[in-house]
Design a protein around this ligand. Structure first.
Ligand SMILES: Nc1ncnc2c1ncn2[C@@H]1O[C@H](COP(=O)(O)OP(=O)(O)OP(=O)(O)O)[C@@H](O)[C@H]1O
Ligand SMILES: [Mg+2]
Length: 203
């Protein structure tokens, strides 16, 4: 089976300062890839490169940078917009600033569903299912709360729920390990978010 993600000699620089120096990896369906490195070594920049989210100041080159049949170096922005959320979910690193403090968490998770045309009548139930599958206890209560009312671990799980909202068929880059919400839970989000998922995971 062909890899879902192919990265070969990825290099990223900002204002001609290199921050990613030629990383290569593949991700196959049902598998996880962990990228380990010290702070500032380019893990998040690598993950963002998979979604074309490094911003206009970034120069991104690679021998290969592809998700499925989509060449990320040449794909038009409209194609990348369809890819984000629907085919690739991205769990942002900083849960506190990634969730709108003024909106209920459930509304945040429902946003990608709304953007991709899921009818309003189906969204609430889907949000509860997503929170449950991301390991959030009392999903109905949590969906009504704002991010400031959740613990750090629950906030990160809410971001995982949002990233998986559209059941991305390809992969879900995650920018860092998930703090466990209880001692019995696995410490890394890749194994706790959806254990039986057929999709690939990249952290
Ligand atoms: N938009 C940007 N403009 C300029 N420099 C950036 C930008 N984004 C990231 N960098 C720089 O790129 C380098 C890699 O950052 P990155 O966020 O990928 O690190 P990381 O490996 O994820 O670190 P951490 O483990 O702390 O999350 C850092 O030196 C960072 O300052
Ligand atoms: Mg990071």
């Amino acid at each position: 089976m062909n890899p879902l993600i192919r990265v070969e000699d990825l290099r990223v620089s900002f204002d001609s300062t290199p921050v990613v120096h030629g990383i290569s990896f593949e991700l196959r369906a049902g598998s996880c890839v962990g990228i380990v490195g010290e702070s500032g070594s380019g893990k998040s920049v690598t993950a963002r490169s998979l979604l074309g989210l490094n911003g206009p100041g970034a120069t991104v080159t690679a021998e290969t940078l592809a998700i499925g049949d989509t060449d990320l170096l040449t794909a038009p922005e409209a194609r990348l917009r369809r890819l984000r959320g629907a085919e690739v979910g991205y769990v942002l690193q900083d849960a506190l600033v990634s969730l709108d403090p003024l909106r209920p968490v459930g509304a945040e998770i429902a946003e990608p569903l709304r953007l991709h045309g899921v009818p309003r009548s189906q969204r609430e139930q889907r949000v509860h299912e997503l929170l449950h599958s991301a390991g959030v206890p009392e999903p109905r209560l949590r969906a009504r709360q704002r991010s400031g009312e959740l613990s750090g671990g629950l906030r990160q799980r809410a971001l995982i729920a949002a990233a998986l909202a559209l059941d991305p068929g390809s992969s879900s880059p995650m920018s860092r390990p998930l703090p466990s919400t209880s001692p019995s839970r696995p410490r890394y989000s890749t194994s706790s978010s959806r254990a039986s998922a057929p999709a690939g995971r990249c952290c």
